[in-house]
Write a new protein. Structure first.
Lengths: 355, 446
């Protein structure tokens, strides 16, 4: 490899050393809290200088690796800054008495012990699980029925598909406020006429919980429906035709042919609803803000009847100004979601092998 | 060779991309750092013993009251005209979000020089706020915020009052003198009297009282609950708030009287508003003359007077007289401006001093409709509640906003108890025992 000229070697070393020097200077400036505005430019130019130096370094051996790193860098950097570092910091803070500004002492597992002593938190966990189970069933059933409707030969198919999917395009917060208005006015008129109770569904914990489920199903079923439509469309026409020739009834076709053929779709949809129901936050916040009373739960009167896990974490940290405890709860939340995701990957993988 | 060329070009594009990103990042930090740099420049300027105002350095003010954003921008413009110094006003809506935003700003090392806090948030910033002791404006007001270790830290920019706001015309027609409403018996008599003439007076209900918890929890949980803490007490009397902050205790006898009074409000309130109402409907109903009393404060004035069906009736405040002889309303600054000690302190002090003086008070009082906390302010507030508030202030019958000293977030718990009481799930005794338990648990858990 003697065909590398002297000037190229020189340029490589100049770039490397210059880049490193700029990088170090910028880091020193950062550490010493100097307010110089060209600090950022120094950092970027330094890194680029080092990369260029490495690239024209008198060997081609590592070019591919270097290119891989350069092209992966934006993604890796974003992932590191927005996911990895906050995760590690969050776990760290959960063992301290952090108040969002600073912490003065390590408290060990105190936050973790404390959160399980809060009846309100246990309640949040319970209703979140209840919400997940109910929604997993409701959303899938409703979405599947809508998908059947939208793959049949009725008129105005495009209109139905679009209108069922539309709620999913509206943000949860907006949706929550719209439905709050609907529940407080229109629905209340109906329920008053039926039951004689003049207060809205949102005023009572149990009915408010039902209200959240209604809104969530309304919002999410259209999205899941689209996936089911895709699944139903992949059922081969010849199989259906053969079944029709054999004289199956539509019900038989549905249960013996269509549903078994779209089993993988059902798995995917189930897990999609599962994870998204767990993370339910925006509709919960906008519709009830977690309010609702529970007269007696574990010997306490609770004021967070409809507060689900994600909202409980937010309220603990931001509203009650207890950031460390909120972090501890968030770590538990992370563990639950991670377990669900791992399970999902496992099951979908084994299903794929089967088919 | 071609491949290498392409690779090189790609790398070049990437590098340019990076610099571009870096460039934009640099400019954004620039903008943010601008004030930072200005701070540093000011620090050096201070070191060189030149006044900060001369160098034309900027300070940043974080405002938590969206409704006066425009007026504060005018204020900044006027300050620039008069002194040449820059003030940048940033506004964040709502009370809790401002404090949350501040924590993010702190983590990002992007703190404004002056920002808004509520009294119970002072401890969070322990050691980071400027002590204003000795500033000229502190002699002109009784409402500054004083902290045990940091000294005088809070600049009062407005006085707000809350009690039962009344529609003066309705009371006059019904033959009720608001000045006489200083005992539960007098209230009961007056309320029954008004209730019996509802149709003649065009009222929907006597009270526009709303205990809806999800969106109006701050009203019941902070303001109405604050009456239990302060009604009838002197401005600096902290008896019940101290009791509350000592592990969440309540005075049961006082709470019982308070509960009876709230029970009367529940009975004579508009049932459509009581459990499911909204702030908008509550204020709108009052503005349209449908309610004789409304459980809000003087901040509703703009919404009321700008309502198209507002008849021009007079307004004032009556005390929550749940015990005999209670004749005070809650009045004082609900939040304060504080200065960040690592910020541009001298410029911040100079600005606050200027705000307490005439040309700034002109804007705050006459344009923004605020009530001045400064005794040397020569402007009468345009606020329709002003006459009533002023008469309470002049006779020393104002109680403090100690409800702002309760533990952060407590209002979100207690408001639910108010809602259950309003729905009839609890009676007065149940209200007392439940609210006691909720408060105690909250203080134990957080």
């Amino acid at each position: 490899m003697s065909d590398f000229s002297m000037s190229r070697k020189l340029a490589s070393f100049v770039c490397l050393i210059g880049g490193a020097a700029l990088l170090i200077i910028s880091l020193i400036m950062d550490a010493s809290k100097s307010g110089v505005t060209y600090r950022g430019a120094f950092l970027v130019i330094g890194i680029i200088g080092m990369l260029v130096g490495l690239f024209i370094f008198p060997t081609l051996k590592y070019h591919r690796t270097l290119m891989n790193i350069v092209f992966l860098f934006p993604l890796l950097f974003a992932f590191l800054v927005t996911v990895s570092i906050p995760l590690i910091l969050g776990i760290r803070y959960s063992f301290t008495n952090w108040d969002g500004i600073r912490f003065t002492k390590e408290v060990g597992f105190d936050n973790y012990i404390k959160m399980f002593q809060q009846p309100s938190f246990i309640w949040s966990i319970l209703i979140t699980f209840l919400f997940v189970v109910v929604n997993m069933i409701m959303v899938n059933v409703v979405a599947f029925l809508l998908a059947l409707l939208c793959t049949s030969k009725i008129k105005g198919l495009g209109f139905f598909r679009a209108s069922y999917f539309l709620p999913n395009l509206i943000g949860g917060i907006v949706l929550g406020y719209i439905w709050q208005f609907i529940f407080a006015n229109v629905v209340t008129k109906l329920t008053t006429a039926i039951s004689g109770n003049r207060y809205s569904m949102l005023a009572e914990t149990s009915t408010a919980f039902v209200a959240i489920i209604i809104v969530y199903v309304w919002q999410y079923a259209g999205y899941i429906m689209l996936i089911y439509i895709t699944g139903l469309n992949t059922v081969p026409g010849d199989v259906l035709e053969a079944a029709a020739i054999d004289g199956t009834t539509p019900i038989q076709t549905l249960f013996q042919i269509k549903i078994p053929m779209i089993a993988p779709t059902i798995t995917i949809c189930t897990f999609l609803t599962l994870t998204s129901a767990f993370k339910q936050f925006d509709v919960n916040l906008a519709l009830t803000n977690g309010t609702g009373s529970v007269a007696d739960f574990m010997g306490a009167y609770l004021t967070n009847g409809t507060e689900m896990l994600a909202l409980n974490i937010y309220n603990t940290a931001v509203i009650k100004d207890n950031y460390a405890l909120g972090e501890a709860k968030a770590v538990l939340f992370f563990i639950i979601l991670a377990a669900v995701s791992i399970l999902q990957v496992r099951i979908s993988n084994s299903k794929e092998v089967e088919l | 060779m071609k491949k290498k060329l392409i690779a090189l070009i790609m790398a070049g594009v990437m590098a340019v991309g990076l610099t571009a990103c870096g460039g934009s990042a640099a400019t954004s930090t620039d903008a943010a750092a601008d004030s930072g740099a200005a701070d540093d420049a000011a620090d050096t300027a201070d070191a060189a013993d030149t006044s900060a105002a001369d160098t034309g350095d900027g300070i940043r003010l974080l405002n938590g009251k969206p409704e006066i954003d425009n007026q504060l921008q005018d204020l900044a413009k006027k300050y620039k005209e008069e002194t040449g110094a820059n003030v940048t006003v940033e506004t964040i809506g709502g009370d809790t979000s401002a404090s949350d935003e501040l924590k993010k700003m702190y983590q990002a090392d992007n703190m404004p020089d002056i920002f808004v806090i509520e009294a119970n948030q002072a401890d969070t910033w322990d050691g980071m706020l400027v002590d204003f002791t000795g500033e000229a404006w502190t002699d002109d007001t009784d409402y500054e915020l004083t902290h045990d270790t940091m000294g005088v830290i809070g600049f009062p920019y407005t006085v707000e009052a809350t009690a039962l706001a009344y529609n003066g015309d309705v009371l006059e027609k019904a033959g009720v003198d608001p000045a006489s409403l200083t005992s539960p018996a007098a209230w009961k008599e007056a309320v029954e009297k008004i209730d019996s003439q509802k149709a003649d007076l065009g009222l929907t209900a006597v009270f526009g009282w709303c205990a809806e918890p999800a969106n109006l929890g701050w009203s019941s949980g902070t303001h109405v609950f604050g009456q239990y803490l302060d009604a009838g007490l002197k401005q600096d009397d902290k008896t019940y708030i101290d009791l509350l902050n000592d592990g969440g205790q309540i005075d049961e006898a006082r709470m019982k009287d308070f509960a009876e009074f709230v029970g009367m409000m529940n009975d004579y309130s508009d049932p459509d508003l009581l459990v499911d109402g909204t702030y908008d409907n509550q204020v709108k109903g009052f503005a349209e003359g449908k309610y004789a009393f409304v459980t809000q404060g003087n901040w509703i004035n703009g919404t009321v007077t700008s309502n198209e069906n507002y008849s021009g009736f007079s307004m004032g405040f009556a005390p929550y007289a749940f015990e005999d002889g209670i004749d005070t309303i809650i009045a004082g600054p609900p939040s304060y401006w504080v200065a960040y000690s690592d910020g541009n302190v001298d410029a911040a002090k100079a600005f606050l001093q200027w705000v307490s003086d005439d040309s700034a008070q002109d804007i705050l009082v006459n344009d923004a409709g605020l009530i001045s906390p400064f005794s040397d302010c020569k402007f009468d507030a345009a606020d329709p509640f002003y006459t009533s508030i002023k008469s309470y202030m002049d006779s020393g019958k104002t109680s403090g906003w100690h409800t702002m000293l309760k533990k952060d977030g407590l209002q979100n718990e207690t408001c639910q108890v108010f809602a259950d009481y309003a729905q009839g799930k609890l009676d007065a005794d149940g209200f007392v025992s439940t609210i006691g338990q909720v408060i105690k648990t909250y203080y134990a858990e957080n």
